[in-house]
Design a protein around this ligand. Structure first.
Ligand code: CA
Length: 725
């Protein structure tokens, strides 16, 4: 696997290279076993050409041994084919390719198969997810991929089903409902199949849910085990394999608010990895539900197993060890970011490690046999904790960070969007470096002392999106970059700046190339050793998903999904000075000397800003601000500015007329498009106050555009996030 090619890096120091190469030698000889996909199909498992599980291999390294495309020829890349998905949502899946067929899951949990050489559609499986389910999703109708196992595909649906599909025909083999239908659970993560068990988690911790992971028999769909992440009602065991751990975990919770709210959180929605030698399945768990620890657990306790890595046996779900990254989480600091397994030489000793760059800003290296933390260092600026105490494994917290206890806002870095979010990182055993889609962004945490669980939408216990005096334009100040991180020495080796935060996941290859799409729609290849850009093509739409690579009949391809979406209406940018650009969800596939051409991008849709005059008083507009922040901001954008795929409501024609507004917000006129009625949480006056707030914001925007007025602070506060390109 070592090519022998001399690294050509210029930015990277000799010392770093020497350290990296030392890792390479050992990493290469030792990662192969866990890099396979044993048990599914031995022929395919051993085959470099295919990509059979979301992270390519059970270690989730997202490293391909293919090297036809390398750092000497990547500039010859071009589009081999593309396929329009006829959707306009976030696309977050990593495609799979098995024996020349590509399997893609798209928004709304639709699965499609294509001829991987030319994009010819083979079949489509649509699970018909009710569009009203969108209100239960924290972050758009996304899906992160399918699993493949012995001729079948497995997809989790936004409404909580796990479905087995015949990979040849696209016909359903079985379907099970994995979540309670009366609670706001969703599935957006890719299943993993281990030893004939389909492992599936779920999301919902933003809305009010109790996380769990379930294993189903791959052939029959029969439930095999379920592991709850947080305790339920005292004195009522679940009758599941996690019962002994829930009894222990309960000691770290206080009061009864979390279970009475049917919440607690910890939802493990995406991060799983498996070590076949140790026979351990690693689960990355989510944040507390509600976020606010006062509202959840009387402001006390570690609240196990929130924000943890939990190791279990894949056949039985039996607990083996856990490590909690964020005791008593109240910042949405999930441990659900990608988990990567590798063998590294640390202090002269070969260690079987688990690596994670979770939201909280520390890069963790754990001993994956024992769960002991080996090292943890800041990979982005961090202000909630000064360090991780390696003796105890616990963070040394900044007391100011406990906003719910202090009743005082905390301006957190990283924010709830994280130093790194779900877009997967990759590890190259060839360079010994981890490639992280990194971002810097601060947001305020503001406790809501009057919090009561709402029957619809977000339930964080915080005034999410609330205005705080010191905050002007967090999104404008945010930045994103692709960072190469040396895990052994815990330091940055290089970074490639991006136009915005919220960029795509990563692929690393043996050709010494790292691939990434950007939030502004570019697909890029850079040299793995130093980050030098080798190739860039504008794909017309923001890319969040991770690329993958495969080979058919001797030709290597690289594929990625484009499609802008996600939380806060801002994870990527569709808005330019000329208006709103189309969100063209697509599969983009690249190869050397590819000659396919995208059709010209449609002209931007001019945005008409035509609000009526402000008639409401200051108190009404302030109430509208409060209600907007609580009910609307996570989809339609912070302080009424959307740059993503949900409408910017300042420009909405519906704000002009109170009856039309009410028919959408309270009567559910647009429910089939995913905008359900909010009458469960908004009364007539509150809905009207939101309209008045939006009118005021629209008038501010109009004034700003005309340059007539607007204080300096206002200008900074509400300008849409404009990007360089
Ligand atoms: Ca969360």
């Amino acid at each position: 696997m070592i090519s022998g090619r001399a690294p050509k890096g210029s930015l990277v120091s000799r010392a770093a290279l020497a350290a990296a190469c030392a890792v390479v030698l050992l990493a290469n000889t030792n990662t192969a076993p866990s890099g396979l996909f044993p048990g599914g199909d031995a022929r395919i498992a051993a085959d470099d050409a295919n990509w059979v599980t979301t992270g390519r291999s059970y270690d989730e390294q997202r490293f391909s041994p293919l090297s036809q495309i390398d750092d000497s020829n990547a500039s010859r890349l071009g589009l081999a084919w593309y396929a329009d998905l006829n959707m306009s949502r976030g696309e977050e899946a990593t495609p799979l390719v098995v024996d020349g067929v590509m399997y893609v899951s798209t928004a709304w949990s639709v699965v499609r198969a294509f001829d991987a050489t030319n994009g010819k559609p083979l079949w489509t499986f649509d699970p018909a997810v009710p569009r009203s389910q969108l209100v239960n999703a924290c972050c758009d109708a996304v899906n992160r991929g399918v699993a493949w196992w012995r001729g079948r595909l497995y997809v989790g649906t936004l409404d909580g089903r796990l479905i087995a599909i015949d990979a040849r025909t696209g016909k359903q083999a079985w379907s099970v409902q994995t979540t309670p239908r009366d609670l706001p659970y969703t599935i957006t993560g890719a299943p993993r199949v281990i030893k004939g068990r389909v492992i599936i988690g779920n999301g919902g911790a933003e809305l009010g849910a109790r996380g769990f992971v379930t294993a189903y028999d791959a052939m029959s769909g029969r439930k095999v085990w379920r592991f709850y992440v947080v305790p339920g009602e005292p004195g009522k065991p679940d009758g599941e394999v996690s019962d002994p751990q829930m009894a222990t975990a309960r000691e770290t919770w206080s009061g009864d608010a979390w279970w009475k709210q049917k919440a607690g959180g910890g939802n493990a929605w995406d991060a799983f990895a498996y070590d076949p030698e140790l026979d351990l399945l690693y689960i990355g768990t989510g944040n507390g539900s509600p976020w606010n620890r006062m509202a959840r657990s009387e402001g006390k306790g570690d609240n196990l197993y929130l924000s943890s890595i939990v190791a279990v046996r894949p056949e039985t779900g039996e607990y083996v060890w856990h490590y909690q990254e964020v005791p008593g989480d109240e910042w949405d600091y999930t441990a659900t970011q990608s988990i990567v397994l590798a063998d590294l030489v640390i202090d002269g000793k070969k260690r079987k490690v688990l690596m994670q760059a979770p939201k909280n800003g520390f890069f963790y290296i754990l001993d994956r046999e024992t769960g002991k933390v080996i090292s943890a260092e800041k990979y982005v600026p961090v202000n909630w904790a000064s360090k991780i105490d390696l003796a105890t494994g616990r963070p040394v917290e900044n007391p100011e960070a406990r906003y719910s206890e202090l009743g005082k806002p905390f301006y957190g870095t990283p924010s709830s969007l994280g130093g790194h979010n779900w877009p997967p990182m990759a590890f190259s055993p060839r360079t010994g470096l981890v490639y992280i889609p990194t971002q810097e962004l601060a947001l305020p945490y503001v406790s809501d002392p009057a919090y009561k669980k709402a029957p619809l939408g977000y339930n964080t216990g915080n005034r999410l999106g609330a205005s705080v005096p010191q905050l002007t334009s967090p999104l404008k100040e945010a930045k994103g970059y692709l960072m190469a991180w040396d895990p052994v020495n815990q330091r940055e080796v290089w970074r490639a700046p991006r136009d915005t935060f919220g960029n795509g996941g990563i692929l690393a290859t043996a050709g010494n190339v790292v691939f990434q799409g950007t939030g502004t729609g570019f697909f890029k290849a850079v040299r793995a050793t130093d980050g030098k850009e080798l190739f860039s093509l504008w794909g017309q739409t923001g890319i969040l998903a991770a690329p993958m690579t495969y080979m058919v009949r001797g030709k290597q391809y690289v594929a990625v999904l484009a499609g802008c979406g996600g939380v806060y209406g801002s994870a990527c940018n569709l808005y330019g000075k000329d208006g709103r650009h189309a969100n063209l969800d697509r599969v983009l596939v690249f190869a050397l000397d590819g000659r396919a051409k995208l059709p010209d991008a449609p002209a931007a849709q001019a945005m008409v800003l035509d609000p009526p005059a402000v008639t409401a008083n200051v108190a009404t507009i302030a109430e509208g601000d409060r209600q907007y922040a609580l009910r609307c901001a996570v989809c339609h954008g912070y302080r009424a500015v959307s740059t993503g795929n949900q409408p910017d409501l300042r420009y909405s024609p519906f704000i002009a007329d109170p009856d039309n507004w009410r028919s959408v917000v309270l009567d559910g006129l647009l429910a089939n498009a995913g905008m359900v009625s909010f009458s469960k949480v908004l009364d007539h006056d509150q809905a009207e106050a939101i309209r008045q707030y939006l009118i005021a914001k629209a008038q501010e925007q109009r004034a700003r555009i005309k340059g007539e007025k607007g204080t300096k602070e206002q200008k900074g506060a509400d300008e849409p996030v404009m990007h360089a390109s």
